[in-house]
Design a protein around this ligand. Structure first.
Ligand code: SAM
Length: 261
């Protein structure tokens, strides 16, 4: 995308603006998204349009972008008249309004709000086909972490309750302008079957936040105010000791426990 002199503004750190300048990485991300005829594509934070041109070329039926920077949203609209540019905040977007089906979601996410955006999308958009996001490498490890390790936490258990998460590839700081201080990584999210989704997401969210605020404590201590014979029986039936720490429970075990807490 090219800019007139008046349109060119420096990157804003407050909006997590690290723009991709490497075509190969852009193409690898677009290949992972793989939009095609009949697809609705949503891109979060298109910025200066590093991915947008390639994504338009791939030919989705409908292409919607969400960009919080007014100047960049206006420039993108002019450069790509066929793209529906929403000049707004992805955290305020009505994600529930997006139907599943042939819906794909993509973005090199602003790192300061990436986890919050992903937290919202996985539970509010039902039945999308896949989402491909670039995030900080350390966040990618947390998203894909298995129970038992240090990287596994509330974000891992929450996201994996709704989606399968695949770590795709690492991206070095050198492919961005300005360059971030840390590595990045591209991650794929594929929704789990509808019947596997948590039946009470609010209860699950509350339980995860409670447990991982005190992750060094034993579950019995963390849950002492919620403790009951039913909870005790649930641990016994699951073959789990009440002295375990939260990081050993799987996403599905958190889902089941949240229904009786
Ligand atoms: N996609 C571009 C690229 O790869 O070069 C830009 C990526 S940059 C890491 C993140 C983009 O998200 C910026 O354009 C920034 O203005 C935008 N952004 C930041 N916070 C946002 C929010 N809450 N909602 C929507 N866009 C946001």
């Amino acid at each position: 995308m090219s800019y007139s002199k008046e349109e060119w503004v420096p990157a804003k750190r407050s909006l997590g603006q690290n723009f991709l300048v490497d075509e190969n990485i852009c193409r690898r991300i677009v290949d992972a998204v793989a939009p095609g005829p009949g697809d609705t594509l949503v891109e979060i934070g298109p910025g200066r349009g590093a991915l947008t041109g390639f994504l338009v070329e791939a030919g989705p039926e409908r292409y919607l972008t969400l960009e919080k920077d007014h100047a960049l949203a206006a420039a993108l609209s002019r450069a790509h008249p066929g793209v529906e540019v929403i000049d707004g905040d992805a955290l305020q977007f009505d994600w529930d309004s997006l139907a599943g089906g042939q819906l794909k979601i993509a973005g090199n996410l602003p790192y300061n709000v990436a986890s919050r955006i992903i937290w919202e999308i996985v539970h509010r958009v039902v039945g999308f086909e896949r989402a491909i996001f670039m995030v900080q490498h350390e966040v990618a490890l947390r998203l894909a972490a298995e129970p038992g390790g240090r990287a596994y936490g509330a974000l891992s258990a929450w996201v994996q309750s709704f989606c399968r998460v695949d770590y795709l590839f690492k991206v070095p700081p050198t492919v961005f302008r300005p360059q971030p201080k840390v590595d990045s990584a591209v991650v794929r999210f594929t929704p789990r079957a509808l019947e596997e989704r948590p039946s009470d997401p609010d209860a699950l969210s509350r339980l995860l936040k409670l447990c991982f605020q005190k992750r060094r404590k034993q579950l019995k201590g963390i849950l002492k105010e919620q403790w009951s014979a039913e909870v005790e029986a649930w641990f016994a039936d699951a073959g789990l000791s009440v002295t375990l720490r939260p990081e050993v429970l799987t996403p599905d075990q958190f889902g089941a426990l949240s229904l009786i807490i």
